[in-house]
Design a protein around this ligand. Structure first.
Ligand SMILES: Nc1ncnc2c1ncn2[C@@H]1O[C@H](COP(=O)(O)OP(=O)(O)OP(=O)(O)O)[C@@H](O)[C@H]1O
Ligand SMILES: [Mg+2]
Length: 437
């Protein structure tokens, strides 16, 4: 709609300009024609004065009539009583008077050639308001009008012509071309704008994907720090204890500690491998994962902390639970973060406990991790999954944010609540379709 209006406006403006120019040209041409006509009539009328001076009584009327058919009568003595300078006798004829004599001129015959060949719509010659010669329609409403008195002392007749523009000879073809020209210009301008917009969108998209990539890199770095922190601490602690035992000549007691250190180191290695894969691609190969088995492994990995905190861990995941299509390391990270938080939350609790249970509906697996700690504060309930939300002195506030990302990667959801006994209760729901292995 706007385009059509713009097209109409441009065409009207440029078309108007062309029409005005064409009319101006016509006006100039016709002004020139008027000047020629005026000059010719002036010359023709001036001849009458010469003829009047040359005629004498001896002139043969037949010869004069033949040579000058527009001289109807003449006399070589002045009129008595004197006639006015020009005496309009009857329509189209008038007397010219001079001391030498008088001539009766028939104006239509005198000017027959000019009048016939002129193209004006209206032409008139008059003397003091009395029309002597009129040609064409009256022409009062005509567009253009030229008027001038003939420069002859004896015949100061008034010449008036009018005319209208010749609409048919306006450059209609050019006007049509202008319409087409503007349509083409608007079309290409639109195309140019559309391409520019697309290029801009593409630039923005590239910019955003670069930002997203940087964001992912940041996430990965933060995730690495968080996930590697615990196993590294565990390895250090196992190794230092083993070192001490060996020094005390109790090498046999050091062996299980070194085994645990090896296990934690392997975990570090597989975490690094997973992060490296994530750097190359976001896709992970999914495989059937036995949740019960992974939970047992995580309990083993956090054995040190569980022992130190005297936490009883209860595994209520039924053996019959179908396996879930996921990455074992991913599920391990989820359980690790949940169990670690539960242990940390119960450092001041006498009877610390953590229970994991699982059930299955027609389409989902539902997992709950409940603990005997103080539970989540009002603020923690709102922000527990937000990166960098922490209430701990040494905490990064990334564990639950990473956990939520991982759960969502397997199309699941996670919710934080407080249980009836006051402790925290995390509910994880995974769609069962993925568990068809
Ligand atoms: N089981 C829980 N009981 C009570 N509060 C919890 C529990 N789990 C999480 N929270 C609260 O949620 C916050 C965020 O947990 P999150 O694991 O994301 O970070 P963090 O444990 O503080 O630090 P880190 O990044 O080292 O794990 C905790 O600081 C704590 O206040
Ligand atoms: Mg944590």
């Amino acid at each position: 709609m706007v385009k059509a209006l713009v097209w109409l406006m441009l065409t009207a403006l440029s078309g108007g300009g062309v029409v005005i120019y064409a009319l101006y040209q016509q006006y100039e041409e016709q002004s020139a024609e008027f000047r020629i006509l005026y000059r010719d009539i002036t010359v023709k009328l001036s001849q009458n004065d010469v003829i009047l001076a040359l005629l004498s009584n001896s002139s043969d009327p037949a010869v004069v009539q033949k040579k000058f058919p527009y001289i109807l009568r003449w006399q070589t003595k002045p009129h008595e009583p004197p006639r006015p300078d020009i005496n309009p006798a009857r329509a189209g004829t008038y007397w010219i008077n001079s001391p030498q004599g008088s001539l009766l001129i028939d104006l239509p015959t005198l000017l027959a050639d000019f009048v016939r060949s002129q193209k004006f719509r209206h032409l008139s010659l008059s003397w003091q308001g009395t029309p002597l010669l009129t040609q064409g329609a009256e022409g009062k409403g005509d567009w253009w009008r030229w008027e001038k008195e003939v420069a002859s002392p004896s015949q100061p007749l008034n010449l008036l012509v009018t005319n209208n523009p010749d609409w048919r000879s306006l450059p209609w073809f050019m006007l049509a071309l202008l319409g087409i020209f503007w349509a083409v210009v608007i079309y290409f301008y639109n195309q140019y704008q559309a391409t520019k917009r697309q290029r801009h969108i593409a630039d923005l998209r590239a910019h955003f994907s670069e930002l997203a990539r940087l964001n992912t890199m940041g996430e990965i770095a933060a995730g690495m720090v968080h996930e590697l922190n615990q196993p590294l601490t565990a390895v250090l602690s196992y190794s230092q204890t083993a070192q001490r035992l060996i020094k005390q000549q109790q090498a046999e007691k050091a062996e299980p500690l070194l085994d645990a250190a090896v296990m934690q180191t392997k975990r570090i290695s597989s975490l690094l491998l997973a992060f490296r894969e994530k750097l190359h691609s976001d896709e992970q190969t999914l495989q059937p994962v036995d949740l019960r088995q992974i939970w047992t492994r995580v309990v083993m990995l956090l054995g040190n902390e569980i022992e130190r905190g005297n936490v009883s861990v209860i595994n209520k995941i039924p053996e019959s639970l179908p396996s879930l299509m996921a990455s074992p390391l991913g599920i391990e990270q989820i359980f690790h973060n949940l169990l670690n938080n539960a242990i940390q939350a119960q450092q001041q609790t006498d009877k610390a406990w953590v229970t994991v249970s699982a059930s299955q509906t027609e389409s989902h697996i539902i997992l709950t991790v409940t603990d005997g700690g103080p539970g989540l504060s009002e603020q923690a309930l709102q922000q527990v999954f937000m990166p960098f939300f922490t209430t701990k002195k040494e905490g990064l506030g990334l564990g639950m944010a990473l956990t939520e990302t991982l759960v969502q990667r397997y199309n699941g959801s996670i919710q934080a609540d407080n249980s009836a006994t006051g402790g925290a209760c995390f509910t994880l729901i995974f769609p069962l379709i993925q568990s068809e292995a």
